[in-house]
Ligand binder design. Sequence first.
Ligand SMILES: [Zn+2]
Ligand SMILES: [Zn+2]
Length: 589
Amino acid sequence: MNCQTRVGTRWIACPAAILTFLTVLAPFVGAQSKSPAAKPPKMPPRPKLVVLLVVDQMRADYVEKFRGQWTGGLKRLVDEGAWFRDAAYPYADTETCVGHATISTGALPATHGMVSNEWFDRELQKTVTCTDDSKVKNLGYAGASVKGGDSASNMLIPAFADELKFQTGGGTRVVTFSLKARAAITMGGRLGDAVTWFDADVGAWTTSSAYPVAPFVEEYAKAHPAAGDYGKTWAPVLPASAYLYDATARGAVPPAGLGAAFPHPLRGKSDSTGPDLVFYDQWHTSPFSDTYLTRIAETAVDKLGLGARAGTDFLGVSYSSVDYVGHAFGPRSWEIQDVLVRLDQDLAELFAHLDKKVGRANYVVALSADHGVAPIPEDMQKSGMDAGWLNVESVKERIEKGLEPFNYAKPAVAKVGARAVYFTPGTYDKLTNDPAALRGVLEAIQSVPGVAHVYRAEELEDRPSTQSPMLKAEAAGFFKSRSGDLLIVPKPYWPWDSSTPTSPRQYGATHGTPHHYDQRVPVLFMGYGIQSGEYFQPITPADIAPTLAALCGITLASRDGSVLAEALKNSSARPVASRPAPASPPKQP
Ligand SMILES: [Zn+2]
Ligand SMILES: [Zn+2]
């Protein structure tokens, strides 16, 4: 029978094979079951499948603004689910790796250690990404040759998925997908069975030697190359009158060849005749890549029979394209509105698939985002607000200049990035014993347009008790060996500009600050054990994993979040009753 799927070193039989196997065994099982001691223990009810969905860069207000235009999966989450309307990250570095690790572990970066997408490794004296691991090797599917090595080894506590698998006796399969390694890996943890991301440098689905190679991904990647979307055009799905804002977003920085306004052709470089690297950049910045993630997730459900066995399985999907679209066109764009309408349709398809294959009452969904985003400063300036770009090169230059009177070796700065300043070895120790020079550095940074505060590492250690929300947010994300010597907080609407005189800025909008537009995200639960309703008490996305853990009856090692008990039904196995539908769809503001 050719009906087995190999997951790493294990072979998993398809449902038909299991059925045949059980039929053959039935007489023996029956004979054994005469002894009461041989009966399997009756397990308390649990969801058959936990589905964690992260929409990369989804602002909470997108739900409030656009839900009237949704008819699919996002609408179903809002209508049937538990909707937490005042959820925000309590830390400062609102970036992808940090948000996903927080959702995945139920802890804050001061605990899980994923303080940023990348940091300056003081031992190696170089910048490393949050998933860099020199002990593993990345493996491309469908014969692709990929570089680097990525794993969850830098995440210092287990993911919820790790604990689920470890504590339920191995019956759990963990499968995650994203365009980004830092999203798929932080959700899949160390024990993931299939952890898959897209390497845009070669245009290939990828995993690493930290995880089993999944034959169903190999088959799918060969049969459905991402290059199959080459030549498509992203056109608006709604009538023009349905879009808020201007058709061309002010200050947009779209990928090459995509164009500043609809329609957006996905044809790579202008002279290209087939999929090239520019095409993959365009594909990321389009709804087609989210649809691809949906289809491959459905394939995982089918091929592995997720949610169809005795244990509780885990499926994590991080939808990346909202982030790429947001960076390119900003939150006030037709493109953001459109990509969400299409994600709503993708999620309708995913939930319909799960209803059929797993059963509506048998799975629980949690949806959130890893961070929000700031408006494009040029767009904000139009309204007369104080807005601009805080330039990283200016910070570096002014620190070096500020130190000139104090006789420090140049360069004193090893790296400035993600709001963090790292000094060359020995320099910061010297500065902490040299108040005049340190004051010179702090004043130099304060003189850069857009800087609001500068914190020193020693102010942030051990989560100090403080009345200052900004200091508290910085401390919640501080991990001494990885965080900077100094941390810069920009003014509101002054995002970080990483351009240099030789390389222009690659994005129109960005995130990564302790301001509320970056911190505030949606949190929605739906399905097994969930009490539908709208909840307004302040929560954080670190509460998601503890809540899922409570539903699954497991314990997390170190959590900073809490169980959202108000969203849980007392009795765990009932299907969710829909709230009555509104008479007419809510009007757009
Ligand atoms: Zn992100
Ligand atoms: Zn981003």
